[in-house]
Design a protein around this ligand. Structure first.
Ligand code: FE
Ligand code: FE
Ligand code: ZN
Length: 299
């Protein structure tokens, strides 16, 4: 039986922890979710309550949510690609190490990571810095079965990971092959130039470089900008330049059936989470162009 694995980014607070994430995901009609273990733009992190984790696990079991479908996103300020200042680079490695430990304490497996930006050092130096950082962090967490998923990036600024070739180069350099995977982001793929309309052709291209079994998460976002714009601005599902039918085709593609699909779409008027409505629309497979009219009118 095909059970669609759909969810969104949810909020993780120091008070409610993962329990709050589970509640928010369920309220949205999701059966999976993704979260940051603290603010995405900083590295302040609070202690994890094991009682809360146990409670969350119980609810998830009751609701048929699988721990292996839940995704953690590393803060986007971690930049393994830039090693101009050794101390900063080592801090990023240490933070990632702590993050892996947190993911494990939460009983989870997958941690999404932006490969990083080379900030002038050049792509090949940047890629080597990422490889070295990952090998160091996997060495330090040898006993933990947490898998880092490298996200496909839009190519904004000096971002690395804007092509599958770049991800392949990083993955090839990683010693712990069982600890590394890929997270596809549809907005990023589109913005970096990939044509998602013929998704079979994209998958074919992907598999000439990397096995599909490396993909463990898909960020299912529309884009505000034309293909190849290298911008990275997410749009609500079906409301952007990728479009509803192309995105629905990806969500329901048989090759990705077992993989969690996560919405990272923008809030309506910066106020209302769009996820409940988007998930309902995705389940229904029917685009509603007036989906957010009420919320927009209230502003
Ligand atoms: Fe991301
Ligand atoms: Fe993403
Ligand atoms: Zn993005």
């Amino acid at each position: 039986m095909h059970v669609l694995k759909i969810g969104s980014h949810v909020n993780y607070t120091s008070q409610k922890g993962i329990l709050g994430c589970v509640e928010e995901a369920l309220a949205n009609g999701g059966n999976t979710f993704m979260f940051y273990t603290g603010a995405p733009q900083n590295t302040k992190r609070s202690a994890i309550s094991t009682a809360q984790v146990e409670q969350a696990k119980e609810i998830m079991k009751e609701e048929g949510m699988l721990l292996s479908d839940i995704i953690v996103h590393a803060p986007y300020i971690i930049n393994l690609a830039n090693r101009k200042e050794e101390e900063k680079w080592l801090f990023a490695v240490s933070f990632l190490e702590e993050e892996i430990k947190r993911v494990h304490t939460l009983g989870l497996t997958y941690l999404v990571l932006h490969p990083g930006s080379h900030v002038g050092e050049g792509t090949s130096v940047g890629i080597q810095n990422i490889i070295d950082g990952l090998n160091l962090v996997f060495e330090r967490t040898k006993h933990l079965p947490v898998v880092i998923l490298l996200e496909t990036m839009a190519g904004k600024g000096t971002e690395i990971g804007k092509t599958i070739e770049e991800l392949k180069e990083i993955i090839t350099g990683v010693e712990a092959q069982d600890r590394i995977g890929v997270c596809l982001d549809t907005c990023h793929l589109h913005d970096s130039g990939y044509d998602l309309e013929d998704f079979d052709a994209f998958l074919k291209q992907f598999t000439t470089l990397l096995p599909l079994s490396l993909i463990h998460c898909v960020h299912i976002n529309d884009s505000k900008n034309p293909r190849g714009s290298a911008k990275d601005r997410h749009e609500n599902f079906g409301f952007g330049t990728i479009g509803f039918s192309t995105l629905i085709n990806i969500v329901y593609h048989p090759a990705l059936e077992q993989i969690p699909k996560i919405l990272e779409t923008p809030y309506i008027n910066h106020t209302y989470a769009p996820y409940q409505k988007e998930i309902a629309m995705i389940r229904e497979k029917q685009f509603h162009p007036d989906l957010f009219d009420e919320e927009k009118a209230m502003e």
